[in-house]
Each structure stands twice: as C-alpha cells, then as structure tokens.
Design a protein around this ligand. Structure first.
Ligand code: SF4
Length: 138
C-alpha cells in the first residue's frame, strides 16, 4: 500500500453545451458536497491550462480522477499535459450506458433524471476515491 492521501482530486471537463459535460460536473458536485466532502477536491480546468501554481500543485501532488463529457477527453488531457498520469479516467456516458433508465437532459444544468444519474455515478466513483485516498494506486 502506498502513501495515504488527504485529498483526491475529481476533475470534470468544462463540457459547455454537452449534456454529458453537465453530468460530469454534477457528479463531481455530488462527491464534493454530499458523498465525500472531506476528501474530494477540485479545481477549474482553465486554471490548469494557464498553469496556475495552486491548481497545478493540487493535481500534481494528489491522486486525480477525471470525468469527461465526450471522447475529446479535455480534463484527462489537461492533466496529462502537466506530465501527470491520471489515476482513473471516466467518460460520463459510461454511467448512462449502465443505467439506461436514467437518460439525462439539459446542457447548462441537468434535469432531475440527470441528477439521479449523477448520484448513481458518484456512488461508483466513491469506491475509486476511497481506494486512492487509502494509498492504493492504479
Ligand atoms: S471533453 Fe468534450 S464535453 Fe468535455 S470540455 Fe472537452 S469537448 Fe467539451
């Protein structure tokens, strides 16, 4: 077992105009505000792009889980551009494929069904957060 971590970074993509971008963001809020508020941290993706020192330190010094809204994988690639290998990378559509009864709608923010999908997704991602916080690498 490796070093335990106080924080695990969950980084959704910006996802403007894409429903799965909104699901990615909502999943992160579920984790940050409800499921693991003491462990999960996040930052703005553009801060990594401009190499803001605090944001860069956060993602390079802690385990990172990315959640992207489409195959362009902007969040994952933004982390990798800093020379950091992400510990786990999700595409938000995966959660819908596994829960076809929860079809999300909305792009600025998701509808009620989308929020339910994000809650289910957050439960799945929690296992990964806990594993990484305990120092268990990929
Ligand atoms: S991964 Fe796709 S949805 Fe997310 S910011 Fe990039 S282009 Fe937009």
């Amino acid at each position: 077992m490796g070093k335990k971590h106080k924080k695990v970074v969950v980084l959704p993509c910006s996802g403007i105009g894409k429903v799965y971008g909104a699901v990615a963001r909502e999943t992160m809020y579920e984790l940050l505000e409800r499921v693991r508020p003491d462990t999960v941290a996040t930052t703005c993706l553009p801060l990594l792009v401009i190499k803001d020192p605090e944001a860069v330190a956060l993602v390079t010094e802690n385990p990172v889980i990315t959640i992207d809204g489409c195959p362009k994988d902007c969040a994952k690639k933004s982390v990798e551009a800093l020379g950091k290998v992400v510990d786990k990378a999700y595409e938000a559509i995966k959660f819908y494929k596994e829960h076809k009864d929860l079809k999300p709608e909305g792009i600025a923010e998701v509808n009620e069904t989308g929020r339910k999908l994000a809650a289910v997704a957050a439960e799945e991602v929690t296992a990964e957060v806990d594993r990484l916080a305990a120092g268990e690498g990929a």
